[in-house]
Each structure stands twice: as structure tokens, then as C-alpha cells.
Ligand binder design. Structure first.
Ligand code: HSE
Length: 311
């Protein structure tokens, strides 16, 4: 059995505009890192957290990483072992990029690797969802599933859990801009309407079906025209500075589509090539700078690998 392991787990873009709580994909960057060591004393400790500006708890009963790992150890009957966790946040918290999911998945994958557990990573999903529940009050899987499995993922059903890996066209790039304003997922979920009109539901499920068809058919135009959200975006966009202006700018630069990443405030665009993705991130960052808002920008392809051992 290995004595320690270092794992990277990727950020994720959930919802993918029209698929609230059911669609998500992983990106190459950013992501979080966890170093986990076997110790001689049973139980989980957290010895170090970096990159969080002191926001995350060291108490293993309150930290999403240790709580998820504890659930996993209980499920396999291995609460006899001791684990120490170092969490290195390499991405902003509360960004809409699946920050807590990346940490949780890195922790679970580290524990699985240390224990030599060869079962499919999808078995870790319910434990990762416990972490989400703790982080934002709801155990949705559209961040944790792609972080864990890589690629594009559909949560076909929550009860029972049914997760489907979807194909995607090669060469599709994702341009991400995180405007540094506070949008906690918990609150961004509370403002959503919980009753919808049938005609709106019809529009929305037409778009979800169109997006999934486009992924299977490698039809980027179909993907682009299907990525419309009439249910959640009109409400959440109010929390994002100049959301519609940023969309206009991205589409003028030939983005395939543009929308909110997860619960925001990050926004993302799909593009047909890397150069366009860089042009979009730079233009939007300049715009936010003019508004005196700091931002982080990332360009990535869709990450098909999920978590990986980096040390
Ligand atoms: N589907 C979740 C939401 C993702 O939109 O609230 C949170 O990142």
C-alpha cells in the first residue's frame, strides 16, 4: 500500500446553460490538489490548507473533503485506518466552477488510491454528493460527477442515481471568466423560481435534447443554438456584472455559445478553436477591469480524464 499520494481534480462547468442540475463537464484548468498520507492513528486529520484565505475549516467534521472521505471509509468498513489531508486550493472559492467538488473529488480519489480500491470511480459519487450537500445545502451531482469521471456527464436521474457519460466533439474549447464578486451557491439556488409554465418547460427540454443530440452528432451549430436557458439564467444573470454585455462581446467574437457556469459568477463560452477562446477571455477581462472588477481567466478543452495522480 502507498504511504502518501498527491491528486489533482478538475474544475467543472455545471448546468451547461440549459441543463440545470443534470449536465456538466470537466476542464483541464483550474483544479485543486490534495496530498493524503496514511498515519498510525485511526481517524482523519487536516494538517494544512492553502489558497483559501483562511475560509475553510480544519475541523474534519466540518470540512467537505474529510466528511466525504469519512463516509467512504465507513462504506468499505475501513474506519480503522488513519489519514492526514493537505488541501491546496488552486481555484477561487464560490466561483461557480465546482470548487468544493474539485477538493472533495481529489480527497476521495486520494483515499481510493491509497487503499488500492480498484472499483469504478463512479462508486465514489454518493460520497462526493454528501460533500456538496454540506457545502451548499443541496447534494447535486452535476459538478462532482464530471470532476470524478471526466468528460461530459448527464445525471439522468437522482433517485435512483443514474449517471451517463456523453461524447463531445473534438476541438471544442471552453473560455472561462471568473468575475471576482460574491455569489454563494446556496443563495443562487434560493432565488430560482420553483414553479414553471408548461410552455417554458417545453422550450427548455427541447434545448436539452438538442444539446445532447449535438454532442452525439458532433454538430457544433446545433450545440450552439440549443444552449439557451429561459428558466434559471434570467434570474441568476442579475447577480453577474454586465452579463448580457459580456454575452454580446463573446458572440461578436464568434463564440458558439455563452452562459453562466454553475451558479455563477463565472461565465463561459464554447469556441471552435483555442485562439478564439483566448480572444474572448482577454476581451471580457479588459471589460471587467474597466468596471473595476478583478477576474481570473482560463482556456481549456474538455477534460476527459477527471482526477489524476500527480505525486
Ligand atoms: N447545478 C448547480 C446550480 C451547480 O446551478 O446550483 C452549482 O455549481
Amino acid at each position: 500500500m502507498e504511504k502518501s499520494v498527491k491528486i489533482f481534480a478538475p474544475a467543472t462547468v455545471a448546468n451547461v446553460v440549459c441543463g440545470f442540475d443534470v449536465l456538466g463537464f470537466a476542464v483541464d484548468a483550474p483544479g485543486d490538489e490534495v496530498i493524503m498520507r496514511l498515519t498510525n492513528n485511526p481517524g482523519i486529520t487536516i494538517s494544512k490548507i492553502t489558497g483559501d484565505n483562511g475560509r475553510l475549516p480544519f475541523d474534519p467534521r466540518k470540512n467537505t473533503v474529510s466528511v466525504s472521505v469519512q463516509h467512504y471509509l465507513e462504506s468499505i468498513g475501513r474506519t480503522d485506518i488513519g489519514l492526514d489531508i493537505e488541501l491546496h486550493k488552486k481555484m477561487p472559492i464560490g466561483s461557480g466552477l465546482g470548487s468544493s467538488s474539485a477538493s472533495t473529488v481529489a480527497g476521495l480519489f486520494a483515499a481510493k488510491t491509497l487503499l488500492g480500491d480498484e472499483t469504478d470511480a463512479v462508486r465514489l459519487l454518493p460520497f462526493a454528493m454528501k460533500g456538496e450537500e454540506m457545502a451548499c445545502g443541496h447534494g447535486h451531482a452535476d459538478n462532482v460527477a464530471p470532476a470524478l469521471l471526466g468528460g461530459f456527464v448527464l445525471i439522468r436521474s437522482y433517485e435512483p442515481l443514474d449517471v451517463v457519460r456523453l461524447p463531445h466533439p473534438k476541438g471544442l474549447y471552453c473560455a472561462i471568466v471568473f468575475p471576482d464578486v460574491d455569489v454563494p451557491t446556496r443563495e443562487a439556488r434560493q432565488i430560482i423560481r420553483n414553479k414553471i409554465q408548461m410552455k417554458d418547460a417545453v422550450t427548455q427540454w427541447g434545448n436539452i435534447a438538442g444539446l445532447v443530440s449535438g454532442l452525439f452528432m458532433n454538430d457544433i451549430d446545433l450545440i450552439g443554438r440549443s444552449m439557451k436557458d429561459i428558466l434559471v439564467e434570467p434570474v441568476r444573470s442579475m447577480l453577474i456584472p454586465d452579463f448580457y454585455k459580456m454575452r454580446e462581446m463573446a458572440m461578436e467574437l464568434c463564440a458558439v455559445s455563452f452562459g453562466i457556469s454553475g451558479s455563477g459568477p463565472s461565465v463561459f463560452a464554447f469556441t471552435r478553436d483555442e485562439e478564439t477562446a483566448h480572444q474572448i477571455t482577454q476581451k471580457l477581462q479588459q471589460h471587467l477591469t474597466r468596471l473595476r472588477i478583478n477576474s481570473n481567466i482560463y482556456v481549456s478543452e474538455i477534460n476527459d480524464k477527471g482526477p489524476k495522480i500527480i505525486g
